[in-house]
Design a protein around this ligand. Structure first.
Ligand code: SF4
Length: 348
C-alpha cells in the first residue's frame, strides 16, 4: 500500500460573485476550495472530514473533473488529469467513480436496476449485452442483493438497498478509486453500519481506494486509514487515523472529536463542543480562518495565515495543552446505538 495513486496539489475552486443588472460587475469571490493538497495511496481510504460547506464535496468533484478547477493539479498514477478532454477524460472517469449521498436522487427512476448497472458499461463500451447482463447480476450478488432484483426499479427498494445499487453501478466499470460522498448520511442509523461494512468488505476483495467524504468522525473512525480535516476550503490537519484520534493537534479537529459522544459515561464531559457558525467562504476571516471560533486564538492568528506544516495548519500547534480526550456532551440513545453498530461492523 505504498504506491501513490492520486496526488492533489494546490487545488482551488473560486466562484465569482457578480452584481448589477447584467451581472457585469464582480463584487467578490466565493473560495469554495482554496489550495487543497493531499496524496492517496493505492488501496487506502483517505477521509475528508468537516462541517457542511467546508468544501469537501467540491473537492471530490474537482478530483473527478466533474467541475473545472480554478487552480491546482490532480495527478492520477502520475499523469495530470485537469487538462484531459474527450477520450482521455472518459478513460480517467472509468477508473475513478463516485457513490453519492442520496441513492434515490442518483438513480434514474425510469431504468430498471439491471439497466442502471449496465449503463456505465455501455457508456465505456465494455462487453456485449449478454455479458453486461451477467456482470450486473454478479455485481448485485457482490453487494448483497439478488440477481432477480435486476428486473425491478429503484422505488421498490429501501434506502440501504438503493445505496447498494449505487455501489454496484460504481463498481461496474472496475474502477481503481471510488469517491464516497457522504454515502451513509442519508440512511437510517441501523442501515449505516451495513453499508460501511459492505464498503470495507469490497475494498478488501477488490483492492479499491476510497476518498471518503463525511461530516461525522464516528463513521470515519471505522473506515479510514488517514483523515484530512477541512475548514473553509482548506485542509487544516491530515494524519493517520490512529494518530489523529489519539493526538489531534488542530483546535478544530479537537472540537470535531469533542462532538462525538463517548460511549463510556466516565469519559464524557470536559471539552466544550464548537460554538458559532462556519464563516462565509465569500468573506473568510483574515489570518487563520478558524480564529473567530478558536479558544486558543492570539493576535498572530488574526494577522497571519498558517501554512499546513507537518500535517497541521496552526501557529500554536506545538504550544497547545495536551488534548482532553474526555469527549463532552451527553450520549443520546441514537448515538449510542450508532457507535455500537459501527463497532460491530468493524469487528465483523
Ligand atoms: Fe487557533 Fe491560532 Fe491555531 Fe488558528 S492558528 S487554530 S486561531 S491557535
Amino acid at each position: 500500500m505504498s504506491e501513490t495513486l492520486l496526488e492533489v496539489e494546490g487545488l482551488a475552486k473560486h466562484y465569482p460573485v457578480r452584481a448589477g443588472l447584467i451581472r457585469a460587475k464582480q463584487i467578490g469571490v466565493v473560495r469554495a476550495v482554496d489550495g487543497v493538497s493531499f496524496k492517496m495511496k493505492r488501496g487506502e481510504t483517505l477521509a475528508l472530514v468537516g462541517e457542511s460547506g467546508c468544501g469537501k464535496s467540491t473537492t471530490a468533484r474537482l478530483v473527478l473533473q466533474l467541475i473545472e478547477p480554478s487552480a491546482g493539479s490532480v495527478r492520477f498514477e502520475g499523469a495530470e488529469v485537469t487538462k484531459l478532454s474527450g477520450a482521455e477524460l472518459k478513460a480517467f472517469r472509468r477508473r475513478a467513480q463516485i457513490v453519492f449521498q442520496d441513492p434515490y436522487a442518483s438513480l434514474n427512476p425510469r431504468l430498471s436496476v439491471g439497466e442502471t448497472i449496465m449503463e456505465p458499461m455501455e457508456v465505456h463500451g465494455i462487453g456485449d449485452p449478454a455479458s453486461r447482463r451477467a456482470r450486473a447480476e454478479e455485481l448485485l450478488r457482490l453487494v448483497g442483493l439478488a440477481p432477480y432484483h435486476a428486473q425491478r426499479f429503484a422505488h421498490e427498494f429501501s434506502g440501504g438497498q438503493r445505496q447498494r445499487i449505487g455501489i454496484a453501478r460504481a463498481l461496474a466499470v472496475e474502477p481503481d478509486v471510488v469517491i464516497c460522498d457522504e454515502p451513509v448520511s442519508a440512511l437510517d442509523v441501523s442501515i449505516q453500519a451495513q453499508v460501511v461494512n459492505l464498503l470495507r468488505d469490497l475494498q478488501k476483495r477488490l483492492g479499491l481506494s476510497y476518498l471518503f467524504i463525511a461530516h461525522d468522525l464516528a463513521v470515519v473512525k471505522h473506515v479510514a486509514d488517514r483523515i484530512a480535516v477541512m475548514y473553509l476550503g482548506r485542509i487544516v490537519e491530515i494524519a493517520e487515523k490512529r494518530e489523529l484520534f489519539a493526538n489531534p493537534r488542530h483546535p478544530y479537529t479537537r472540537a470535531l472529536l469533542a462532538a462525538i459522544p463517548h460511549p463510556d459515561p466516565a469519559r464524557r464531559g470536559k471539552v466544550k463542543p464548537l460554538g458559532g457558525d462556519l464563516p462565509s467562504p465569500l468573506n473568510p476571516p483574515p489570518g487563520c480562518r478558524f480564529h473567530t471560533r478558536c479558544p486558543y486564538a492570539q493576535q498572530v492568528c488574526k494577522e497571519k495565515d498558517p501554512v499546513l506544516t507537518n500535517g497541521v495548519a496552526c501557529h500554536l500547534a506545538d504550544q497547545l495543552p495536551p488534548p482532553d480526550l474526555d469527549f463532552s456532551g451527553g450520549l443520546t440513545e441514537k448515538a449510542s446505538q450508532r457507535l455500537a453498530l459501527y463497532a460491530a461492523a468493524a469487528e465483523g
